[in-house]
Design a binder for this molecule. Structure first.
Ligand code: ACO
Length: 436
């Protein structure tokens, strides 16, 4: 952290002594005021529910400029990564800080490919779930259970354990998601196939059966790979902060990532792609494009509790750069599959147009986020809606593990322990049962 020449002074209107607070500069982005000594010197905490103004860590992995609509992984713009790199290059970049050269790339691809199988016992563990269980419930369980299967990589304080846990998680997530899907469909599991790409292998494990050969459609393979790249990391969002907080207790990496999966499930976060698709389907059922006006009216009515899912973002107050790329992919996939006249896609386009022109959305800087389009793409590919968030979890695993390993390697790292403004009852005595 680079100290700034500027210092902040905190003064109090009751005459208590003022306090000088150091300021640090990042490479880009807002400076931060260091309040670590605040409690020790003043006996006061800061209050920031939802972390609207709080940097919880310093990180070198991902940078977002929400006003510009910019997203960088290790300094590289997402627009370049999405076009010039594949997902495993992106994983290497996020984990190790730079893109691999040709040799390292080959080695990394081979390493990940060699870890795609899961312990055979996992399928018996999976059998304990109901077949109609939500895939995210299953994934939370499966990812947490990895710590029971891979005892030799659970020591978060051992750098080799952290490295191999990262590779195992990245390699096994597609296998686990596909197993969760096959289990729900009552079909046999397909083992990974090492001569396919990361995305191609996932498609085969999802859609092939042992009865016939499976050919990977390159347009869909590229689209899935792009979905993975766009979702690979996103700075200190809710699930990443959950992983960091969970991992800060020294728990094993699989347990920390399972916590991230659980957090991602929520509809305000990773569950938004599923919620966006369900919303489009409901509008379609209730009259389609002609009923958009009525729907938007409901969204604007604060008492209705209806939100335009796939719109708005805590950080982006401009077009989400990932949404632009996903929109492009959406067109490619629908055209390649002959679905460009798909009514749901047309509805999404109409909804987007109206929302982008409506003052409610314009004045609040609410733009489509990546989930608005990724749901349509995944549906076109044949992925069931309930699996969308699991695919997001698959892609985000590398971001979670890179952030977790960064935290553990940081000499300033401490167990995460926020404080509170207590507003409950002061100390009181328990009354006998008859007097309560
Ligand atoms: N539809 C309608 N109104 C909205 C929406 C929306 N999708 N999003 C925000 N608003 C309104 C709020 O009601 C609020 O209005 P007000 O100022 O009149 O009270 C204003 O816009 C600001 O919104 P906040 O909720 O304060 O913004 P916040 O940063 O807390 O929330 C969030 C961001 C949770 C993403 C929100 O926009 C939302 O719920 N969107 C829909 C769900 C979604 O798509 N989530 C995906 C996020 S991206 C991801 O996880 C990959």
């Amino acid at each position: 952290m680079t100290p700034s020449d500027v210092k902040a002074t905190l003064s109090f209107s009751d005459g208590s002594p003022s306090m000088e607070l150091p300021i640090y500069k990042g490479t880009i982005g807002p400076d931060v005021i260091d309040i670590r000594k605040l409690y020790g010197q003043t006996g006061k905490f800061t209050y920031d529910p939802g972390f609207l103004s709080t940097a919880s860590c310093n990180s070198t992995i991902t940078y977002i400029d929400g006003d510009k609509g910019e997203l960088l992984y290790r300094g590289y713009p997402i627009e370049q990564l999405a076009v010039q790199c594949d997902y495993l290059d992106t994983c290497y970049l996020l984990l190790y800080g730079d893109l691999p050269n040709a040799d390292k790339r080959k080695g990394f691809h081979k390493l990940v490919t060699n870890h795609t199988m899961v312990n055979e016992q996992m399928q018996f563990f999976l059998r304990g779930f109901r077949r109609d269980a939500h895939p995210m419930a299953v994934m939370t369980g499966l990812v947490g259970a990895l710590s029971a299967f891979y005892h030799d990589s659970t020591d978060i304080n051992n750098p080799q354990h952290r490295d191999i846990a990262a590779i195992r998680l990245i390699a096994k997530m597609p296998t686990l998601v596909a197993m969760a899907y096959k289990y729900s469909a009552g079909q046999p599991y397909m083992y990974p196939k090492n001569d396919l790409s990361y995305a191609g292998n996932f498609m085969r494990m999802m859609f092939a059966t042992p009865c016939e050969d499976y050919h990977v459609n390159p347009v869909i393979e590229r689209a899935l790979d792009r979905i993975f790249i766009l979702h690979a990391d996103h700075e200190q969002n809710a699930s990443t902060s959950t992983v960091r907080l969970c991992g800060s207790s020294g728990t094993n990496p699989f347990a920390a990532i399972a916590a991230g999966v659980a957090c991602l499930w929520g509809p305000a976060h990773g569950g938004a792609n599923e919620a966006a698709l369900n919303m489009l389907e409901e509008i379609q059922r209730n009259g389609g494009v002609e009923k958009i006006g009525e729907f938007i009216k409901q969204v604007k009515d604060k008492n209705s509790g209806v939100k335009l899912m796939g719109f708005g973002h805590r950080v982006y107050k401009n077009y989400d750069p990932r949404a632009k790329l996903m929109r492009e992919t959406c067109h490619e996939v629908l055209t390649s599959l002959g679905l460009h006249n798909d009514p749901l896609f047309k509805l999404a386009m109409a909804l987007e147009k109206i929302a982008l022109e409506d003052d409610y959305f314009v004045s609040r800087k609410l733009y489509p986020n990546v989930d608005f389009y990724s749901g349509i793409v995944q549906r076109a590919i044949g992925i069931p809606v309930s699996l969308f968030t699991a695919i997001f979890a698959l892609a985000r695993t590398v971001g979670w593990i890179a952030q977790l390993n960064e935290m553990i390697g940081d000499p300033e790292y401490k167990i995460g322990r926020p404080r509170q403004l207590y507003a409950g009852s002061v100390s009181r005595d328990i009354k006998p049962l008859a007097d309560r």
